[in-house]
Design a protein. Structure first.
Length: 428
């Protein structure tokens, strides 16, 4: 059984701790320094199987030492089903240490941000029942958990398994959640104090930067004719990953396509669904996280495709977005808008558009009204009452970051007409 708990960054400040006489960690790490990277908690996974979670009761401390229990249970479903607040607590601990980015920027500082995951592998509660002499419940809580520190886009940087037991003396109002929070705090502090973790949070290295990939020039031919909307829609595909889906733009008839880096992340291959329902394996050839672009190759021929054209992405230019928003059943959805602005955000350039963009559109096409690929859809600004603020990576970045060059085909010229035969000379 694997249960995933995904915390909300915005609700963590509203989380209220229940105060009890719980022994928290004494060796707390220092708060984040200005030159350190941010760290966000991705999720807590309760990866618990038969016997991995136990709750045992003892009538006295002496009987606990002799391992003579009065009652024992395994895999308490209540602990699994009601664990919603635990992930938020891990996020709050990082917030208290100032590792959460609260600057309010639209695009996260991905070069300066790391993600942390925690997988709980074992959880054991050993209770000493209260007596007349000691009306306080004493609980020994033991947890075994795998911690992983990852780059912003999921590259594993360091992983370590930690095990710890704490002794908690509580009254009747204290729940198992309080007991687990105490232990999670102990484990998180131990992990954050690890020299391997500190060396990475203090590093100025951009861990997602790709190295060692083949960056020789790939030359693709553009088309003399831009086609119509049906052909443009057929050139936009659905990219299926293990975590969901995004969109992609086919840029050559022989199967080269582009999408966002945040769609493929660390995956070397993805599944690509075409407009006609065919599904191909796609090899991720190149990744450019600094521009949020990736190049994929399908083993297919004769595909509809779109390529950058001569149209400039000027302010007010009418554009279409095409992609798969929300659900994979909504493939090749088209919406219309304009180029609202050209922005430089965090050393990257984006086209701002008011065309409709939703989750799943990432990697899809931003096209001019004559079919030129103007940009690759990347993100949307989310907020209460905010609409019509979306962003795309300019299409010229495909050449700059993926080293893909688009060449115009030779102009079509009519065949030479046959010359009139020379008149025969009359004989004398």
């Amino acid at each position: 059984m694997k249960v995933s708990l995904y915390p909300s960054v915005f609700c963590m400040v509203c989380f209220i701790l229940v105060t009890h006489s719980i022994g928290y960690a004494q060796n707390a790490p220092e708060k984040r320094k200005n030159n350190e990277k941010y760290v966000t908690a991705d999720a807590i996974f309760f990866n618990l199987h038969e016997g991995d979670i136990t709750e045992t009761y003892y009538k006295s401390e002496t009987l606990r030492k002799k391992d003579r229990s009065s009652k024992s249970t395994k895999n308490d479903e209540d602990i699994i089903q009601q664990s919603d607040g635990i992930a938020s607590y891990l996020q709050e601990l990082l917030f208290e240490l100032e590792y959460i980015d609260t600057t309010g920027r639209f695009f996260p500082d991905y070069k300066n941000s790391l993600h942390l995951t925690m997988a709980v592998e074992e959880l054991h509660f050993r209770h000493i029942k209260p007596s007349r002499k000691s009306p306080i419940l004493r609980t020994y809580v033991e947890m075994v958990a795998d911690f992983s520190l990852n780059s912003y886009y999921g590259k594993e940087l360091y992983k370590n398994q930690l095990a710890k037991e704490v002794v908690i003396e509580t009254n009747k109002e204290t729940t198992w959640r309080d007991q687990m929070r105490s232990l999670i705090k102990e484990l998180l502090y131990e992990f954050m104090l690890d020299n391997n973790v500190q060396s990475r949070t203090e590093s100025s290295e951009y861990f997602d930067k790709e190295s060692g990939q083949d960056n020789t020039v790939i030359r693709l031919s553009t088309s003399n004719t831009k086609g119509q909307m049906q052909e443009w829609r057929e050139a936009v595909v659905t990219v299926l990953t293990k975590d969901g889906h995004g969109s992609g733009c086919v840029i050559s008839q022989d199967g080269y396509m582009v999408t966002n880096y945040h769609v493929v992340q660390q995956e070397p291959t993805v599944r690509v669904k075409l407009h006609d329902g065919r599904v191909f394996d796609g090899t991720v050839l190149r990744k450019a996280p600094e521009s949020d672009l990736a190049l994929i190759k399908l083993e297919a021929k004769g595909l509809s495709f779109v390529t950058p054209g001569i149209t400039k992405s000027e302010l007010g230019l009418e554009v279409y977005t095409i992609g798969t928003p929300g659900d994979t059943l909504l493939t090749q959805t088209v919406s219309k808008g304009i180029i609202s602005s050209r922005r430089s955000l965090d050393d990257s350039e984006y086209l701002q558009t008011d065309a409709l963009i939703n989750p799943g559109n990432s990697g899809g096409a931003l096209l001019s009204t004559n079919g030129d690929l103007v940009g690759v859809v990347s993100a949307k600004y989310h907020g209460y009452g905010i609409e019509g603020i979306g962003f795309a990576v300019p299409s010229e970045k495909i050449t700059e970051y993926l080293n893909v060059v688009f060449e115009k085909p030779a102009p079509l010229t009519p065949p030479p007409s046959k010359a009139d035969p020379k008149p025969k000379k009359k004989g004398k």
